[in-house]
Design a protein around this ligand. Structure first.
Ligand SMILES: [Zn+2]
Ligand SMILES: [Zn+2]
Length: 796
């Protein structure tokens, strides 16, 4: 019989997904000897000896039969001389290897087998044990502090295996053979139940703790429940009083929608619309929050309107860890609110003392555990446009996965610090970009520290040496904290700093994920709230002719003054006042103010309105001035229309007025309304006229035959159509065939759809996001791409 010895190197997601046990059993069944070695980021190496046909079969079977969540990038086989004779097959202890990627998966939802074990009364150590896990499920990214992925480098090191767990770990027929993060009720972590004064309420069995928790939740109390990557506030979703209490406690962000967790998809099918793509994502091992549209039947549900006030969709997720399932078993098959347990703009606590401290005024009691969380990860949030994923928050279940660049890059490492709000950071390694998990708004010190910590954790996981850092990229806003941080990094690591314009960063991400070639150009439509423009104004409704090397701004929304700057973002009435003062004479504007009772929606009523008018009249034209910046923001126009149509009069969370406008528009029919948005061309640049939109909408509102819903629907469609029409002209003038859409306003489905339809109708290609978040969470990725081209150009 012909014998041979081979060395096989496998790279990809090959740790923490049951890959070593899989390889071991595959080799064992083919009677191969030798060893399997985990080499950290360098992947898995096997040296196998045996019958030559069996070895060939082994190699063929790797890809066909590999575990579900694993991902194989490359298999390299090398035949070795046969000096050594191997008598046994073993998994050797891991060694540290360097590679170009990360071999670690994101956190994985509890698998069906573990669920069955958790409910099996005959398995005394697993029955109702919430931390049950196996080689193919359980937390990963949030528990690992370094690679290679072995128990001693996870937070499970605190819990030495008991004898029964050791025997499972060593038994190659067991699902927990060489699993790293499992434990049982004898040796593993535990849940504890505390009241507000940190006293343990019940110290007996997990069963008693769960019963007490379920009872309190059913009685309308708000629980803080610690899970995989952080803590949730949990309460009934059908109890108006409970939710009202939680909303009041939340204070400032009082309207922010809550996500729901439902025990299964039955409830979704009754009250919410769900496509097969949405179902697939909801039930995937990633278990994100998916925004689903309400059905007509939703009104008949017992779900409180306070869950997502004024919105047409609602964030839903399915249970993803043992504790979620065990609680549903006792609370019953009803939806629960599961919202991140953190005060406004501060990262949620991950250690118990911090959780007590932060949630003092929010939770009635605490269900906490003693397993440390190494990396915090919020639930990921997304919505689907047809079959494309629009990630809103890319976190648990997605991080640390990378985004590949569509060209060869030899740069060993680089960093990007993101914009300022709702941000992520990102690390470049060769042609791969590794965004951090969702960080939030770094205007708060704790959030800023969180950004620094995760950025360097990602760099360390990737084993990038300081000397390998070649550049740092940031936003072009000179005053952003993240820009200052990038400056510090630049001098600390002696690397160039590349500021990248905000909307160009949006477009760059879009280009890369749509495989645009390095020399190619596209027309990019970037629509969002705010971004620092190179003329010092606040941009946000931009059409660029874009390459990886730079951009030309060839169209934008008309500049409008923002009297009082950022206050216009919080109070849409102020933005409306600014636009009307700018576009009408004083008397005309004042007439409209009194007709709209606009002062009612300003914090200081009449006084504030008078101040706005006087500030406007006394400002030195032309703008901008310090107190009256100019903006071409699409978000501010959405806010203004939302205000005029009565959908929203104050912003209590990011995107609220625009989201409420979308909620209103969904109930309307655009075809009932006549509204034209026009544009002009000045010095080669197209300007979309926004002053007239407000006046037109006000006039439409006067006519009794028009409903607010119809006007809202028409506005979104018409603004989308106009953006597309202008972008098509820019494309045709420059012989471009591809037009892309990006930015936070791109989450709006009918607005995006209007743009897409128009572009396709013109016979051009439409580019959209599917992997990178369209909003500011995607900016750090674009910054790295922009920085990369600056770096390469300077080097050559
Ligand atoms: Zn499992
Ligand atoms: Zn055990």
């Amino acid at each position: 019989m012909l014998k041979k010895t081979v060395e096989i190197d496998i790279t990809g997601i090959v740790q923490g997904v049951g890959f070593r046990p899989f390889l071991f059993n595959l080799a064992r069944n083919l009677d191969l000897k030798g060893y399997i070695l985990n080499r950290g980021n360098a992947g898995v190496r096997l040296v196998l000896q045996g019958n030559s046909i069996n070895i060939d079969n082994f190699i063929e079977d790797i890809e066909v039969e590999s575990p579900k969540i694993s991902y194989i990038e490359e298999i390299i086989v090398k035949e070795l001389g046969s000096d050594t004779i191997y008598n046994i097959l073993e998994i050797k202890s891991s060694e540290q290897g360097r590679g170009i990627s990360l071999t670690l998966p994101p956190d994985i939802a509890i698998c069906d087998n573990c669920l069955v074990d958790m409910r099996n009364k005959n398995l005394s150590t697993y029955y109702e044990y919430p931390f049950i896990a196996c080689a193919t499920c359980g937390p990963r990214y949030t528990t690992v502090n370094a690679l290679p992925y072995d128990r001693e480098r996870t937070t499970m090191i605190k819990f030495p295996f008991c004898e029964s767990c050791i025997s499972e770990y060593s038994d190659f027929d067991n699902r927990r053979f060489h699993a790293q993060t499992f434990a049982c009720s004898t040796c593993g972590p535990n849940y504890m139940l505390y009241d507000k004064s940190k006293q343990e309420i019940i110290k007996n069995s997990i069963k008693d703790i769960l019963i007490e928790t379920a009872m309190r939740i059913n009685n309308g109390e708000v629980a803080a429940v610690k899970g995989i990557g952080g803590v949730h506030l949990v309460c009934l979703a059908d109890n108006h009083d409970t939710i009202l209490r939680l909303r009041k406690r939340k204070g400032k962000r009082k309207n922010k929608p809550f996500a729901l967790m439902v025990p299964n998809t039955d409830l979704i099918d009754t009250y919410l619309k769900i496509s097969s793509k949405e179902r697939e994502l909801l039930t995937s091992y990633r278990r994100p929050i998916v925004l689903l549209e309400k059905k007509e039947t939703y009104k008949r549900s017992t779900l409180s309107e306070l869950i997502a006030p004024g919105l047409n969709n609602i964030g839903i997720m399915l249970p993803y860890t043992g504790i979620h399932y065990l609680l549903f078993d006792l609370i019953g098959e009803k939806p629960l609110i599961y919202t991140s347990g953190n005060p406004s703009n501060i990262p949620m606590g991950i250690d118990n003392d911090k959780i007590f401290d932060q949630l003092r005024d929010l939770a009635d009691f605490y269900l906490l555990h003693n397993r440390p969380i190494y990396q915090r990860a919020d639930d990921s949030v997304l919505r689907i446009h047809d079959d494309k994923v629009k990630l809103i928050r890319r976190s648990r279940g997605y991080v640390p996965e990378y985004l590949p660049l569509p060209f060869k890059v030899d740069v060993p490492g680089a960093l990007a610090t993101g914009p300022e709000l709702a941000l992520t950071g990102a690390v470049l390694r060769r042609n791969r970009i590794f965004p951090t998990q969702h960080i939030g708004n770094v205007t708060h010190l704790e959030t800023y520290d969180y950004l620094k910590d995760t950025l360097f954790h990602m760099k360390n996981l990737l084993q990038i040496e300081n000397s390998e850092l070649k550049f740092v990229a940031c936003d072009a806003h000179p005053a952003f904290i993240t820009t200052k941080y990038a400056r510090e990094l630049s001098s600390q690591y002696n690397m160039p700093l590349y500021p990248i314009q905000h909307h160009h960063a949006h477009v760059l991400g879009l280009m890369a994920e749509n495989s645009i070639a390095p020399e190619e150009k596209i027309v990019g439509i970037a629509v969002d709230g705010i971004g620092y423009g190179e003329d010092g104004n606040v941009w946000g409704g931009e059409i660029f002719l874009s390459s990886y090397n730079g951009y030309k701004r060839l169209a934008h929304l008309e500049y409008q003054p923002m009297i009082g700057g950022d206050r216009c973002t919080k109070y849409p009435a102020r933005m409306v006042a600014s636009i009307l003062l700018n576009s009408l004479d004083r008397e005309g504007a004042k007439n409209l103010f009194s007709k709209l009772s606009i002062e009612q929606d300003l914090e200081y009523k009449e006084t504030e309105l008078s101040a706005i008018i006087s500030q406007f009249e006394h400002s030195s034209k032309p703008y901008p001035s310090e107190n009256i910046p100019l903006t071409s923001s699409t978000g501010r126009i959405f806010d203004s229309i939302s205000y005029l149509l009565g959908a929203s009069n104050i912003k209590t969370y990011r995107g609220e007025p625009a989201m409420k406008l979308e909620g209103l528009a969904l109930k309307g029919n655009a075809n009932n309304i006549n509204l034209d948005i026009d544009f002009s061309k000045k010095n080669g640049i197209y300007i979309i006229n926004t002053s007239k939109i407000l006046q037109d909408v006000l006039e439409l509102r006067e006519e009794s035959k028009n409903t607010r819903e119809d006007i809202a629907a028409k506005f979104q469609e018409e603004l989308g159509r106009t953006f597309a029409e202008v972008a098509i002209r820019v494309a045709q003038n420059n012989n471009i065939t591809k037009i892309g859409l990006t930015g936070g306003v791109a989450y709006n489905y009918s607005f995006s759809q209007a743009i897409k339809n128009q572009i396709l109708k013109a016979g051009l290609d439409f580019l959209e996001h599917d992997l990178i978040p369209p909003g500011d969470a995607g900016i750090s990725i674009g910054q790295l791409i922009g920085g990369l081209f600056h770096y390469l150009n300077e080097k050559n």
